[in-house]
Write a protein that binds this ligand. Sequence first.
Ligand SMILES: C[S@@+](CC[C@H](N)C(=O)[O-])C[C@H]1O[C@@H](n2cnc3c(N)ncnc32)[C@H](O)[C@@H]1O
Length: 347
Amino acid sequence: MSSATSSSPLDEVILRHLPDWQDQPLNLVAPPGDFRLAALTPATAGLKKRLWSADYRQLNPASQAGWTPFFVSDRQPEHLDGRSLLFWPKAKEEGYWWLQELMPRVGEGLYLLGDNKGGIKAAAKALEKAGFQLHKVDSARRCSLYYLHKDASLSLPLEPSHEVISGPDQLQLCSLPGVFSHGRVDEGSLLLIAALRESWQELPQQGRLLDIGAGGGLLGAWMLHQGSELELTACDVSGLALQATRQTLELNQLKAEVQAADIFTGLDLSKPVDLIITNPPFHTGRGTDYELASRLIREAPQHLKPGGQLWLVANRFLPYPDLLDAAFGGFKRRAETGKFTVYQAVK
Ligand SMILES: C[S@@+](CC[C@H](N)C(=O)[O-])C[C@H]1O[C@@H](n2cnc3c(N)ncnc32)[C@H](O)[C@@H]1O
């Protein structure tokens, strides 16, 4: 969420309605990562307002701007009085997951807001087909705002499910809507696992292991499942990913710390790290974004012990070799396919 006060299409649509929305609390649910909450601050000054989010980075700025934050993997609001507005996410399974969570908590209904290119219109159609009453409240800046009437007798067009899927070496994985590679195991992550397996003897055997951008918990859980005695901290910026990671650990009777973090920010790094494993994020919203992986590579040597290792898998086209050279003074390619490369860098 940007701290800039300039506006974007989604907040402009909300701003058009805020003069009429001063009589009740306002609850914003699942705003996208680049949503500019600050643009709403003057127009919501007198309102009781809550933000329910799956993005760890949104919590502090929201709280500083007077919103009561709820992080999806920590604390859920029991009841949402006032107006609730769900930002329809790109992944429809995640949208229905949020609707399932919201329906029992709201009064008569809720607003749905989304970019027309992001599936909001298809969701509105599907909800109408399932029998829900919906009306279009606004259409501007290539966004649509609907009001959805709650009806407890109806089922959602798609019932989001917690799936348990099979991972490598009989590892059980919890797969949640809205979490990376829902319903499948990522090919790049599997390549990293194969490379780690092959180099098992070279890996630190004791100390601290970080799985950065843990998603459903695959990489860190696999290490423990293989018998690694490293102390695992699995971290992710997404509260949905943290929920999935906790469940993956539980399914396999493994113990680890599961922690919300923005790459390294938010982690207790007073104790240095022996091994970092990661399939780092390279998307923010709809675009490719190297900033997160660049930050991870740049800052990793500060947190690793001398001799500590970073293992990273990425699409071959991503410009990580230069970054690894600059941060570590060298690296090795430990596995490669037409699509992915596994890099190892040692401090
Ligand atoms: C490519 S996925 C890898 C998931 C998992 N490790 C796997 O191999 O299946 C990248 C993960 O990074 C997380 N992520 C995105 N931005 C992040 C950030 N700023 N800090 C930490 N994690 C982030 C995403 O939520 C996603 O779960």
